[in-house]
Every structure is written in C-alpha cells, then in structure tokens.
Write a protein that binds this ligand. Structure first.
Ligand SMILES: Cc1cc2nc3c(=O)[nH]c(=O)nc-3n(C[C@H](O)[C@H](O)[C@H](O)COP(=O)(O)OP(=O)(O)OC[C@H]3O[C@@H](n4cnc5c(N)ncnc54)[C@H](O)[C@@H]3O)c2cc1C
Length: 396
C-alpha cells in the first residue's frame, strides 16, 4: 500500500510546485515482484531464526489422528501439548460464477493491474484493496451486502472515509445483493429492488476469512470449534481438550499480525509452563490501510455511550493541522472520546495521512493512564501530523 500511496501523492505533487509529476507511472509488475522479494526475504529470516533456536520445521499438511497424535502427509508424530496456529483462508461465497472471482491471495500475484475492479465485500480487506487499486489508477466499485461499510468503524470516521472514497472516484454501493458473476466477469446485483450490472475485468471476493482449523480434522482430538475457529478460554486453551492451545487467526479473536505474535508466545508459554497468562486486549490499537489510513484504539462513540459513561467527543480535522496543510494531505480527522467525569480517554480514532503511526501516541497514552487534560496541555513538536492528537484533546 505504501508504494501506491507514494505514487498517488507524487502524481498530485504538482500542487506543491513540483514539475513533471504527470510522467510518474505505476509499474504493477515491478511492484508485485518487489513485494514477493520482500516477503520471501522476511520468511527466510524467520526460518533462520527458528533454526538458531534449535526448532525443527517439518513441511507438509498436518491433521490430527487422535488426541495426542498428528500426521504430516502420512508421517505420524505424537506430543503432550499442541499449539494450533494454522491461520485463515479467504472464503468463496456461494454465488453462481464465484469461481470467476479472485481472492486477495490471488490479487497480490496478478501479473497485470485490473482496469475495472469490482470488490464484493465492504469490510477492511475489501476497502484496503479498493483504495489501493483506485489510487493506482483502476476504476473501482465496492458492493457491500449490509447498509454500512466497515460497521466496526466509528460513525464519524466512516463518514469521512466515504467522502474520501467519493473524491477518489470509488463507487460504494450498499445493500447490494450479489446474484452472480457472469462469463464476462460483470457482476449482477440487486440494489434497492432493482437488478444492476457492474462491469469488471477482475472481481475481488472479500467476504471474510474463516480459520483453517477445520482442515486439521479437530474432531479426532476432541477439539471444539466456534464456527471455524478453535474455541478457547482466556488462556488460549481449547475448552474441550486441555492439551491443545490456539493462537492467531486459528483462535479467531482478532485477525492481525501482532495479535498472532502475541498469542503465539502466550499460548506456547501456557502450554509449557501451565496457564499463567491470560489474553488482554484492553488497549489494542489497530489500523486499516486504506489511503489515507485509519488508526483506532478503544471504543467508538456508540460503544462508549452504551457503557453508560458520561461520554464527550472532540473532533479535530486535519485541515486545521499546519503539517497536513504543508504536505497537502489535509483529508480526514482525529476524534477523541472521553469520560467527562474521570477525564479518562475511552477511544481515539484517526483517519488521515500516517494515521497508522499517529494512533500509537494515543494508544501509549491510554496504556499509561494519561488523562485528556494532561495530553491537552502537553508539549509536542510543531508542525507535525501527530500534533493533531494533542490538539484534538481540547476540541469540544
Ligand atoms: C490481504 C490481507 C492483508 C492483511 N493486512 C494486515 C495488516 O496490514 N496488518 C495486520 O496486522 N494484519 C493484516 N492481515 C492479517 C494477518 O495477515 C493475519 O492476522 C496473520 O497473518 C495471522 O497469523 P497466523 O500466524 O495466525 O496465520 P498465518 O500467518 O496465516 O500462518 C498460518 C500458517 O499455517 C500454515 N498451515 C495452515 N494449515 C496447515 C496445516 N493443516 N498443516 C500445516 N500448516 C498449515 C499456513 O500455510 C501458514 O503458513 C492481513 C491479512 C490479509 C489476508
């Protein structure tokens, strides 16, 4: 996403007084090839790290054959404790012609940039790829089954995202009931009772990622699943087989890389040393890599009001932030939600340039129990995008 963002910002840098920006081109094949090289080098690095620790890696597909035994491509292995970390895979919705669509796994390997992309699914993955392709020059339409895209977002952030998407030329259609993907890859959907056809040369299926745990034949080891994920307690231990733990997408709590790292260590420690650590997501920052990105930590305004707290919200648009103005990146806002009685921050949400980094200021403050008024009177570096967090603390 960062390469696309750089490209898009560079193309628009004429406003900054730079010349020749219209000649900057996006080389899809080169970008994909570089991404493959980076991923391969990180994987090799991780594998070397395992070897250094004396951990042996057996390659193959594992399946349980009993409560204490697995088989990897027919070779049996037994153990006292197991940690399931088998991740997730993209779902393929049961609509006629779904085989003509591609998932995100396939899109990131395409040799050619789609000219016209229809995305089925307005969740985070659909939005991220929708924005990336639109910023890279493709025509993008996102079809969302429900009445709102990304329902987990704070309402003000979603509103801002929709405005930014519109300005980026992304067509977002909600309450769209997809009927079929045709031979020509056009997508037929019923919208507000009328049948509509959306032309495409690629259709991205972004309708969720179920856990891979069912393929492990977990029933042979008495491992209960909750939908597709391993049903675990707060120690990440299977509720039905105490010798089994699960982490990351297989445990199904939050589908994020740092969660997989955190849970993997926690599950392994609990498996080896006994259940001495519980999962804790009290302060849990996340980002959505739309362009610009979204960063969030804590509760949305709706969630905060549901707790019965004396909720107040403050909003600071990036159009009031000098650093954003200098960079011509004034889209978006910072929104803070706090308890008026205790002055405690309940949630902070950012949409705008570098939101994925800026949110970590708020996350660290919440972790340290820093109150809103302390942040409002704190010194900060000027002019910076992160300064918007501090300014938002005084916005009523
Ligand atoms: C398009 C996309 C973008 C994303 N962007 C972000 C992001 O920006 N930030 C972020 O934090 N998260 C992001 N995520 C989510 C993140 O990638 C996952 O949450 C994370 O990789 C989960 O880690 P994991 O270890 O649980 O599973 P994985 O990383 O999927 O690893 C599971 C491994 O288990 C192997 N496996 C599966 N079944 C078996 C079996 N039966 N036997 C043996 N091996 C098996 C798989 O081959 C795989 O190697 C993104 C995900 C997608 C799809």
């Amino acid at each position: 996403m960062s390469t696309v963002e750089l490209y898009w910002r560079a193309r628009n840098a004429g406003r900054l007084g730079l010349k020749g920006t219209e000649h900057i081109a996006f080389d899809w094949a080169a970008v994909i090839e570089r991404k493959d090289r980076l991923v391969a080098s990180w994987s090799e690095g991780k594998e070397r790290g395992l070897e250094k620790l004396g951990i042996s890696v057996i390659r193959g597909e594992a399946k349980f054959t009993g409560p204490q035994e697995i088989a990897v491509d027919g070779k049996k292995l037994s153990g006292n404790k197991f940690v399931i970390a088998t991740g997730s895979k993209p779902s393929r919705p049961g609509i006629p012609g779904a085989e003509r669509g591609i998932t995100s796994d396939e899109l990131i390997h395409l040799k050619q940039q789609p000219k016209q992309l229809v995305v089925i699914g307005g969740g985070f993955i659909g939005l991220e790829f929708g924005f990336a392709l639109a910023r890279a020059g493709s025509k993008v339409t996102i079809l969302q089954a429900g009445s709102e895209i990304a329902p987990a977002l704070d309402d003000d952030i979603r509103k801002s995202l929709l405005e930014i998407a519109k300005a980026a030329g992304i067509e977002i259609v909600t309450d769209a009931k997809v009927k079929r993907i045709g031979d020509d890859k056009s997508v037929e959907a019923e919208v507000a009772g009328r049948s509509q056809r959306f032309a495409a040369d690629q259709v991205l299926l972004a309708t969720g990622r179920p856990s891979n745990a069912p393929a492990l034949e977990p029933q042979k080891a008495d491992i209960e699943l909750d939908r597709s994920a391993v049903k675990v307690n707060e120690h990440l231990q299977s509720v039905s087989n105490g010798n089994v733990y699960a982490a990351g997408d297989a445990a199904g709590q939050h589908q994020h890389t740092p969660v997989a790292w955190y849970e993997g260590v926690l599950a392994a420690e609990n498996a080896v040393k006994g259940n001495h650590r519980k999962v804790d997501f009290t302060v849990f920052p996340t980002a959505v890599f739309t362009i610009p990105a979204i960063g969030q930590v804590g509760l949305t305004e709706k969630q905060a009001r549901a707790t019965g707290a004396a909720v107040k919200a403050g909003r600071m648009p990036f159009s009031s932030n000098p650093a954003a103005g200098v960079r011509e990146e004034a889209e978006g806002l910072v929104k803070i939600i706090y308890d008026e009685k205790s002055d405690r921050l309940l949630g902070v949400h950012v949409i705008g340039a570098e939101a994925e980094d800026i949110i970590q200021i708020a996350s660290t403050a919440i972790l340290g129990g820093v109150t809103r008024s302390t942040l409002a009177s704190a010194h900060y570096v000027f002019p910076t995008l992160g300064g918007a967090i501090f300014d938002a603390m005084s916005a009523g």
